[in-house]
Design a protein around this ligand. Structure first.
Ligand code: G6P
Length: 608
């Protein structure tokens, strides 16, 4: 999703702006641009595609100036062309924007009628024109910004640069995040603290509705009513989150291999290894008093929530309703004081998830957040935060954040079960032991199976469609497997509950349709085997992911069988995520796609 930076600096800022934009690349983008003030005049360079294109543009035609703004654009309104790339210029004004201006069409009509000439298809350009129109009527930059913000509906983080004002950037936040960085005689703006990490770890997060005047001397923050407000400065963790690929070819592969360590780190936050009990993680939420839990998330985080539902209902006997956030926020679910609402998000900034959180909060529902970015908006607005300690995840396709979300949900299920007396002391110890074994088992799985999966991926890359099947917690895993494959390899893939096969997808089965069956040797194995027989009978190619016992019992020929270590049923979705991720990763590598930044996708989706 779009990324914003701004620098009120002491030396030439264009290289620093590009450096900061590079740290926002992980969010996903399809064009980029920077603008500076050179002797009071606005100048910009923009380019389609990756930042290397912008860099070569800047090399051919450098930008002077010690103040500037920059942007990576993930197209919403208008194609990812140079013309639509930010910064947008109008009379005396440059604007970069993350979000969607929902009333842009009516504003554009109004501005056109007043004589404004539009040069892009973006919603953002109306912001620049509005600011210019107020300046033309005699407003100061501050007044023009404030008057403009009052006209905007929708979601935005903005940075505005004004001709002839070489000591001021105005930033504003309504929805997507915006951080102000404090330096030594320099000040910064950024979509997150990771962008600002090379410059400072001293940041102020703007709150929703805030706007800020950033100068060399510091920042003045105002709320939406124009009152000057104090917003705390804090030391960000962004610097620690600056990531590199190490010896790995892609961030995704590195993040897959980090899982034994980060899952274990996450578990240790919730579990007392010495006593084999859960730490009191649920302070503030009395699970015993709840009559239901609403869970909401998007994408991979939603699939983690689906698996969490199986666990929480099974171990804590607590009914869980789960929705994708874009549906939850509009379906008018009845809410009450005896429920809690949990939101799962790697970034903690996903617009739909955040909107659901706010909707529930307004109704007085207790809010829990399972988030990976502790400084994120979702974390800050929740009553209780359950951190996933996955560290920064750069690959757009979520891997380690997903398994850490699962580790947290598993912990919550058991902690809730203890509070509701549905899990005994002995069961708690056994389940804790299972969680503790995750590090070893995930490390064994990654160590032993990858070469075979890589070889199999070469075959999988030849197909155009793939089905994933699973039962129980392996059903959401089938959904996640299909998502992982389609998002990075662009092979069409669908996940189904194995029992649903005969209600539709079986019509698609032929020799050109590999079917990936996730079936550890558990209580549902035999049922899934029957579904596998149905596939085999129709000439479908089966890739079976199972354990040794499952492999011994299989009675049909498979295209390939991936044999996993034997794992306790409770934690099997976490361990079985690993071959699913590796299969998608290696297939994408064979397809030659941009694994870490797949086309059209964004890491942090800050628009609806
Ligand atoms: C995007 C990402 C997915 C992610 C989803 C939810 O679509 O590409 O990988 O699962 O957003 O993001 P969140 O940060 O809320 O977990």
């Amino acid at each position: 999703m779009c990324g914003i930076v701004g620098i009120v600096g002491k030396s030439a800022v264009a290289p620093q702006l590009v450096d900061a934009l590079k740290r926002l690349e992980y969010r996903g983008y399809d064009s980029a641009g920077v603008a500076t003030l050179n002797n009071g005049k606005l100048e910009r360079r923009r380019a389609e595609g990756k930042l290397v294109n912008l860099e070569s543009r800047l090399q051919d035609s450098p930008l002077e100036g010690t103040i500037g703004i920059g942007h990576t654009r993930w197209a919403t309104h208008g194609a990812p062309t140079e013309q639509n790339a930010h910064p947008h210029f109008t009379q005396g004004v440059a604007v970069v924007h993350n979000g969607i201006i929902e009333n842009f069409a009516s504003l554009r009509d109004e501005l056109k009628e007043a004589g404004a000439q539009f040069s892009s298809q973006t919603d953002t350009e109306v912001v620049a024109h509005l600011v210019s129109s107020y300046l033309a009527k005699g407003a100061t930059p501050k007044e023009a910004a404030q008057q403009t913000l009052a006209r905007l509906e929708g979601a935005y983080a903005l940075a505005i640069l004004f001709e002839n004002h070489d000591n001021m950037i105005i930033g504003a936040r309504h929805g997507p995040p915006l951080a102000v960085g404090h330096g030594d005689g320099e000040m910064y703006l950024g979509s997150d603290s990771i962008a600002l990490a090379p410059f400072t770890d001293d940041v102020t997060y703007l709150e929703d509705g805030d706007w800020a005047v950033v100068t060399h001397d510091g920042v003045e923050v105002f709320d939406s009513a124009g009152n000057k407000v104090d917003r705390a400065r804090q030391t960000s963790q962004g610097a620690a989150m600056v990531a590199d690929k190490g010896n790995y070819k892609h961030f995704m592969l590195k993040e897959i291999h980090e899982q034994p360590e980060v899952i274990s780190r996450t578990i240790s936050h919730y579990v007392d290894f010495a006593t084999e009990t859960f730490k009191p993680i649920s302070e503030g939420i009395d699970f015993a008093k709840l009559d239901r839990l609403a869970v909401s998330a998007c994408g991979t985080a939603y699939y983690a929530g689906l698996i969490g539902k199986y666990w929480i209902e099974r171990y804590a006997r607590l009914p869980v309703e789960i929705d994708v956030a874009s549906e939850f926020r509009y379906r008018e679910m009845p809410l009450n004081g005896n429920m809690a609402a949990f939101f799962i998000s790697q970034s903690g900034e996903t617009a739909d998830t955040l909107a659901c959180l706010r909707y529930c909060k307004q109704s007085g529902v207790q809010i829990g957040a399972i988030v990976n970015v502790p400084e994120s908006t979702i974390a800050r607005e929740s009553d209780i935060v359950f951190p996933t300690l996955a560290g920064i995840e750069v690959g757009v396709a979520s891997t380690k954040a997903f398994t850490c979300q699962l580790a947290v949900l598993a912990s919550i299920a058991i902690a809730a079960g203890r509070a509701r007396c549905t899990v005994t002391d002995a069961e708690e110890k056994e389940l804790v032991r299972a969680l503790v074994s995750l590090e070893r088992l995930s490390s064994d799985t990654l160590g032993s199976g990858e070469a075979k999966i890589e070889a199999l991926s070469r075959d999988l890359a030849k197909y155009k469609n793939v089905l994933y099947l699973g039962r129980g917690t392996n059903f959401p895993l089938a959904l996640e497997g299909a998502l992982k494959l389609k998002e990075i390899s662009y092979i069409h893939a669908e996940g189904y509950a194995a029992g649903e096969l005969k209600h539709g997808p079986i019509a698609l089965i032929d020799e050109d349709m590999p079917v990936i069956v996730i079936a550890p040797f558990d209580g549902l194995y035999e049922k899934t085997m029957s579904n596998m027989q149905e596939v085999a009978a129709r000439g479908g190619q089966i890739i079976l992911i199972t354990d040794e016992k499952g492999a011994e019992h299989v009675s049909i020929d498979t295209m390939s069988t991936i044999v996993m270590p034997e794992v306790p049923e409770f934690i099997s979705p976490i361990i079985y995520s690993l071959p699913i991720q590796l299969l998608a990763y290696h297939t994408a590598v064979f397809m030659g796609t941009d694994v870490d930044q797949p086309r059209n996708l964004a890491k942090s989706v800050t628009v609806e």
